[in-house]
Design a protein around this ligand. Structure first.
Ligand SMILES: *Cc1c(COP(=O)(O)O)cnc(C)c1O
Length: 387
């Protein structure tokens, strides 16, 4: 485990030395064909062991306080490979009820084909997980903070429960990023990321990560080379560059989200604000006990007389867009994007409604973001004044 500060790890850990020209950054090796004679390692991109892949994985492992890590072609490549590594026919998995849509879809459409059973919890408390455990449960899968209402799952309690029962725990740590939360420190076994989000951070890279113990990662490796979800060295190299600024980006995003959450809480045209950094959030104390920062994501509900789609169209700086975590601020409507495929009844059960706006804070000046929200609300209100 790397004991250096997070920014030092982001910038330096794993970097390759340019022995030929003494440049200060990792050289990029694009070769897909390497010698097999007189070498220690037979390298090949789909074996996840090219020089740039290995360099980045050292950084990723250090960031998650893990023994080892692997980089994949997308978050879903990492998640599906991870699940298929630790589950087989006859097994059962317990999943938290609010999950990233793609993960939910993978579970609901693929697991049955392989003879793997699954249950979703009815809530986020450790008792809700315990209730769903069966004699053949092999994995507990969580995601915290959750999308879109930023509920927090207790890492320590869930990992303790799983350990007592000999069950492996997996977490999707995308929303927090390794800057704000390191689940392995709380006993979670396997950490997953969509590196498309905070690690990439500029909305231009699609990638995924698995980090865990050497023993677990050896198993992941055997599955991963079969599924083949590796990432091209050029993108690996770009991601190494992106991660150098992850610490300062995420801290700026945390700060903007906190300020925006406070501003929105005081706005009379806003009904509810969901942000774990607010003392009014149900899970604030839990978040405080297991996160180093509260993250750059928040969700708010406009008063029901404000037309959300008109609000989106009235924004000038903040972009209505799918996905999240870029340096630019974006907003989306969970009902129309991440949770569009969910039945209306399930959405109600999970507290998701059409007045909600999911806000991914970028690193612009907070004053400019507040001004944009204010002018957009004013515009919607003036357009919808009854005649
Ligand atoms: C985006 C996302 C994923 C999927 O990642 P891709 O890179 O799009 O495959 C998984 N989990 C969470 C929480 C995400 O936001």
């Amino acid at each position: 485990m790397d004991q250096k500060g997070v920014n030092t790890v982001c910038i330096h850990t794993g970097e390759l030395e340019d022995k030929e020209f003494k440049g200060v950054i990792s050289p990029l090796y694009m070769s897909t064909s390497y010698a097999f004679e007189d070498v220690d390692v037979k390298r090949y991109p789909r074996y996840f062991n090219t020089p740039n892949q290995e360099a980045l994985c050292k950084k990723l492992a250090a960031l998650e306080h893990a023994e080892a890590a692997m980089i994949f072609g997308s978050g879903m490549a990492a998640i599906s490979t991870g699940l298929m590594t630790f589950l087989q026919a006859g097994d059962h998995i317990v999943l938290q009820q609010t999950l990233y849509g793609g993960t939910y879809n993978f579970v609901a459409t693929q697991l049955e084909k392989y003879g793997i059973g699954y249950s979703f919890t009815s809530g986020w408390a450790v008792e809700d997980f315990e209730k769903e455990i069966k004699p053949n449960t092999k994995v507990i899968y969580i995601e915290t903070p959750s999308n879109p209402l930023l509920t927090i799952t207790n890492l320590r309690e869930v990992s303790n429960l799983a350990r007592q029962r000999g069950i492996l725990t997996m977490i999707d740590n995308t929303f927090a990023s390794p800057v704000n939360q390191n689940p392995i420190d709380f006993g979670i076994d396997v950490v997953l990321h969509s590196a498309t989000k905070y690690m990439g951070g500029h909305s231009d890279i699609c990638a995924g990560v698995i980090a865990s113990s050497e023993e677990n990662m050896e198993k992941v490796f055997q599955t991963a080379i079969c599924f083949g979800g590796s990432l091209s060295d050029y993108t690996v190299w770009l991601l190494e560059r992106s991660i150098k600024t992850m610490g300062i980006r995420v801290n700026a995003q945390n700060e903007n989200a906190m300020k925006m959450a406070m501003y929105l809480s005081s706005n009379k045209d806003v009904e509810n604000v969901y942000y774990p950094g607010l003392e009014s959030h149900n899970d604030h104390n839990l978040a405080k006990s297991q996160m180093k920062g509260y993250g750059g994501m928040l969700t708010f509900e406009l008063n029901s007389d404000i037309d959300v789609s008109l609000f989106f169209k009235s924004l000038k700086l903040i972009k209505p867009a799918m996905s999240l975590a870029g340096v630019e601020s974006t907003v989306s409507s969970p009902v129309h994007t991440s949770h569009a495929l969910m039945s209306p009844e399930d959405r109600i059960k999970q507290g998701i409604n059409s007045s909600q706006v999911r806000f991914s804070l970028g690193i612009e000046e907070i004053e400019d973001l507040v001004t944009d929200i204010e002018q957009a609300i004013a515009k919607v209100k003036s357009a919808t004044v009854p005649a």
